[in-house]
Design a protein around this ligand. Sequence first.
Ligand SMILES: Nc1nc2c(ncn2[C@@H]2O[C@H](COP(=O)(O)OP(=O)(O)O)[C@@H](O)[C@H]2O)c(=O)[nH]1
Ligand SMILES: [Mg+2]
Length: 196
Amino acid sequence: MSTYWNVKFLTSAATVGQFVADSGREAAFAGRSNAGKSAAINALTGRASIARVSRTPGRTQLINFFELAPERRLVDLPGYGFAKVPDAVRERWLMLMRHYFERRASLVGLILIVDSRRGLGELDRAMLEWALAHGRRAHVLLSKADKLNRRESIEVLRATRAACAGTAVSAQLFSAHARRGLDEARAVLADWFTTE
Ligand SMILES: Nc1nc2c(ncn2[C@@H]2O[C@H](COP(=O)(O)OP(=O)(O)O)[C@@H](O)[C@H]2O)c(=O)[nH]1
Ligand SMILES: [Mg+2]
């Protein structure tokens, strides 16, 4: 499959019942709020604003489904890590994520967006473990790499790969603004969408 994608918004789901049919393959994008997930989705799909930026970060609990090619989807999961979110919202997020990771047969892999200045946090590690526990692949985009100098970039990539050593998790530097790492990330998705 080529990495030419004709991206189309499919639906926003607030409940499991609103998910699109569980056929074909999909890759889910997750990360802390403000990690750069929307910017990454927009850069990778080549669509300036297909992933809308929420005005009330942390409160939008929607799972957005996009079609990249027939039976190949990108799924934008709600961001996490916002301190001011009410417990009920957090609880709902957990339920929705648990259902999604445990039951979604078409989910092949998780693209985790991690701000390269912060590195992997506790919730990020939990997301990776969740994905791996259910047999999915995972790839970390160390976002906003344009904010780091060369030495810092090398160090965060090394630390991330070390944290993931012994697992199937891969990692790369990424910058939506500098358009860095786009081909590498697209190749990961193309691989997930084609390999047996
Ligand atoms: N310097 C820099 N800033 C970025 C980059 N990607 C996103 N941002 C900024 O980070 C903030 C959050 O980005 P957004 O994509 O909305 O994050 P999301 O909450 O994870 O979807 C915004 O102010 C973006 O302009 C990047 O590659 N480089
Ligand atoms: Mg966003």
